[in-house]
Design a protein around this ligand. Structure first.
Ligand code: PGD
Length: 765
């Protein structure tokens, strides 16, 4: 047992920097002293270290040992314990078998997930490095669940995603310059609290307060009122889910019709306005995209739309489009149309104006970028060419060899025999979990490294207990936060848990290639090695550049930042010929000839309003928003104290409007059943007029907890909205995730309330 340390240990999580101390029983956590608005999610750590949900020892599915796992995996207890030596030998032999029989192209190591904040013990980087360096490659995944559509459309029409989301308008610019912020999808503080690698200062609340005091007018364009905090003093413009593009088009139409648009900017900086103008005016389809047309679609009044258009044409206006809007069918369109609307206003590249994709969707945005590189684990070269857009995992497993489209390419799904996952929880994050269950029953072997018994771990064949972040040394860093953190180990690992790095080093040794993976370094030596490029860049720039030991003793290092210069869009504005955008024309593409050649009807060559192919109906009259939770990051530490404190009768809370609740006889605190043709889940009702009528909101992250005996498609008794979401791509262009929106019905749950078992560990046979 650890002694209570005399000093607190600095540490970091994706939701913020903090210090912690552990006396063997109690974990004290305190936020970084200079953080003006620490996230309450930090409290989730306090009961996590020794929680019953932690995995203590390696486990193997008994039916897998008997060669019968494929097609029979479920959530009933079927595990036996194995020693580390036995399990790594077994796994090394299985990896060698699969490679010999089928090659690396039969292993899916895409292994998506946020895992933890440290730069070395980042599980996704570790598994990719292992599969590249020690195994010979794997089928990978590209893009993210966060930004699946935008990461593909933006390079076609404006240039790289990173530049437009991160090196663009800062909060400081907004405080000083911006008159109007049109926040499509809002800018919720629960989202800006999070940035991969962790932030030491959460600045957004203060920035919005100061901007609003100076006179910035924020507009929260969302079905949820609290998608902007009270501090922004925003005007809420409730809009029907999935209709933002119609509003943007009507704003553009009004600007055009009333001659309020910046013709010189469009002529000098954009490509292809002509064909788009025909669409906007309805010359090609007979439907002018005017305010009256949009009113019928969005639920806003035509007069309010015209007023808004006139207002944004005056003063400095920023158009921001959140991640959430593109996590839906045709999600490419709002990202593109937001840019076109901003181009018509002519302020792209001006301080505090123009277009900032994803500003306010994560803590990475609106800040200055570090002037030196942060430590990064090299992942080696992947010899396998096959990949999937990340959210096509079920499609791939269910349809080996079948064709699919992606970004102008015709590809085929690999035939996967072994799935290797570390640092993610697909049974929380992927859409249509009943379908995912079938998909995860296709491979011969499923391997998972986890620190807790998530549903993904419970569905695996080989489960390896990983340390959690507090149980190891690491370096915390985020490219848009100046504080490099010596994340010191706070507690000894639980049970027999080991670092992912040590597990992979062991496996590499059993595969006879230890040196290829470790390069002769232990984890402490890797930390020093990863720190070195940062130190070197600091020294070359003439900044404070302590060696690793000194950095480690200090516990932190403040890194210099690049200037707040508006990035590549400002440079483009200043000189569009010398500073061309990295698009085919070098300009903002309002019409994309490249996309036109793909011939995708679900992603036309200019932005357009495409209504969902699954609209609300009599059977499923409510539109579900399955957004990011405020009580945890994704599903991480769902058993943690803060997440648990917000559950109602152990279930996740679902919010619905008083009108919809009244019609169904639902009151605050009632357990309700949400359902559609794909599945069902229970949740606990909160009746609130912060949610627009016709909309129901259930955040992601409650661990999937199938009702026993409900096979093959049991309901989740805990509240995972991915029981209900659609597992389709945004379009053939990006094939991004559509998890944000679906349609459902909701009723008061009539039956006996089943217990929540989500956090119970399986009892070994
Ligand atoms: P997390 O809960 O963060 O979710 O999906 P993601 O899989 O990233 O999972 C991380 C897992 O890593 C946790 O189970 C944690 O225990 C484990 N872990 C942490 N540290 C370590 C470690 O050191 N080693 C190992 N081996 N494991 C570790 C998030 C994904 O969900 C994302 S990014 C988005 S944006 C999507 N959002 C939505 C959405 O808006 N709506 C729906 N319906 N669905 C979504 N899914 C997506």
């Amino acid at each position: 047992m650890n002694e209570r340390p005399a000093t607190w240990s600095p540490h970091s999580a994706h939701w913020g920097a903090f210090s912690a101390r552990w006396d063997g029983t109690t974990l004290d956590v305190t936020p970084y002293e200079h953080d003006p608005a620490p996230s309450p999610i930090l409290e989730n750590f306090t009961n996590a270290l020794r929680h019953k949900a932690r995995i203590l020892r390696p486990m193997v599915r008994k039916t897998w040992l008997e060669g019968k796992a494929r097609g029979t995996r479920d959530f009933e207890p079927d595990f036996v314990e194995r020693s580390w030596d036995e399990v790594t030998s077994l796994l090394a032999a299985e990896l060698a078998r699969v490679r010999n029989e089928y090659g690396g192209g039969a292993v899916f190591g895409g292994s998506y997930g946020w895992s933890s904040a440290g730069r070395l013990h980042h599980a996704q980087s570790q598994v990719h490095r292992f599969l590249n360096m020690a195994f010979g490659g794997y089928v990978r995944s590209v893009n993210t669940y966060s930004a699946g559509a935008s990461a593909v459309i933006l390079p076609h029409v404006m240039g790289g995603y990173e530049n437009h989301s991160r090196r663009n308008v800062t909060w400081d610019q907004i405080v000083e310059h911006t008159d109007n912020v049109l926040a499509f999808g809002g800018m919720a503080l629960k989202n800006t609290a999070v940035a991969s690698g962790g932030l030491s200062r959460h600045i957004e609340r203060d920035a919005m307060t100061r901007a609003a005091r100076r006179g910035t007018k924020f507009f929260c364009i969302s079905p949820l009122r609290d998608d902007l905090p009270d501090e922004a003093n925003a005007t809420w413009l409730p809009i029907k889910v999935g209709t933002d593009v119609a509003l943007m088009l009507a704003l553009a139409h009004t600007l055009l019709f009333e001659d309020l648009w910046d013709k010189a900017f469009v002529a000098g900086y954009c490509e292809g306005f002509g064909p788009f103008q025909l669409y906007l005016l309805g010359r090609d389809d007979g439907t002018p995209k005017d305010a009256a047309w949009a009113a019928g679609i969005t639920g806003m009044s035509a007069a309010a739309i015209v007023d808004l258009a006139r207002r944004i044409a005056r003063g400095r206006t920023l158009i921001a489009v959140s991640h959430s809007l593109q996590r839906a069918q045709y999600g490419e369109q709002p990202v593109w149309m937001g840019a076109v609307l901003a181009a018509m206003l002519g302020q792209i590249g001006l301080p505090g104006g123009g277009y900032n994709y994803a500003l306010g969707s994560l803590g990475h945005t609106g800040r200055r970028v570090n002037a030196v590189p942060i430590p990064t684990l090299p992942q080696g070269k992947n010899e396998v060419r096959d990949f999937i857009p990340v959210a096509r995992i079920s499609d791939m497993l269910l349809n080996p060899g079948q064709p699919f489209d992606y970004n102008g390419q015709s590809l085929r799904y690999a035939d996967i025999k072994l799935v290797y996952w570390a640092g993610g929880n697909p049974f929380h994050h992927h859409q249509d979990i009943n379908r995912l269950r079938r998909a995860f029953n296709m491979p011969q072997t499923v391997v998972v490294h986890e620190s807790a018994w998530t549903p993904t771990a419970k569905f695996a064949d080989i489960v390896l207990p990983a340390t959690m972040t507090l149980e190891r040394d690491d370096i915390g860093a985020c490219a848009t936060d100046p504080r490099l953190i010596a994340m010191r180990k706070v507690a000894d690992p639980i049970g027999e848990a080991r670092d992912d790095f040590d597990i992979f080093a062991d496996l590499s040794r059993k595969l006879g290639v230890e040196e290829a993976f470790t390069e002769g370094r232990n984890s402490r030596q890797w930390l020093a090695h990863l720190y070195e490029p940062t130190r070197r860049a600091l020294a070359e720039g003439g900044w404070d550049a302590p060696d690793f030991e000194e950095f480690w003793q200090r516990g932190e290092l403040i890194l210099p930042s690049d200037p707040d210069d508006g990035g590549s869009l400002r440079a483009f504005r200043d000189d569009p010929d010398r500073n061309r955008l990295p698009t085919p024309s070098g300009r903002i593409e309002i019409y994309s000839k490249t996309i036109a050649t793909f011939g995708y009807s679900d992603c036309p060559p200019h932005p357009a309003f495409l209504p969902s192919t699954e609209p609300a109906s009599q059977r499923h009259p409510l539109t579900l928003i399955a957004n990011q939770p405020s009580t945890r990051l994704h599903s991480q530490l769902d058993f943690g104290a803060y997440s648990q404190s917000k559950k109602i009768r152990q279930r996740e809370a679902v919010r619905l409007n008083p009108v919809d609740a009244g019609r169904r006889g639902i009151k605050d605190g009632d357990i309700v059943r949400l359902f559609n043709d794909r599945g069902a889940c229970l949740a606990a009702a909160i009746v609130s007029d912060d949610v627009m009528a016709g909309v129901i909101q259930l955040s992601t992250g409650a661990w999937y907890d199938p009702e026993p005996g409900g096979e093959p498609e049991p309901m989740c008794v805990h509240g995972n909205p991915n029981m209900l979401t659609r597992d389709i791509g945004t379009s053939r262009l990006a094939q991004g995730c559509c998890g944000q929106v679906t349609v459902v019905e909701c009723e008061k749950f009539p039956g006996n309330l089943p217990p929540v078992r989500a956090f119970d560990p399986p009892i070994p046979l």
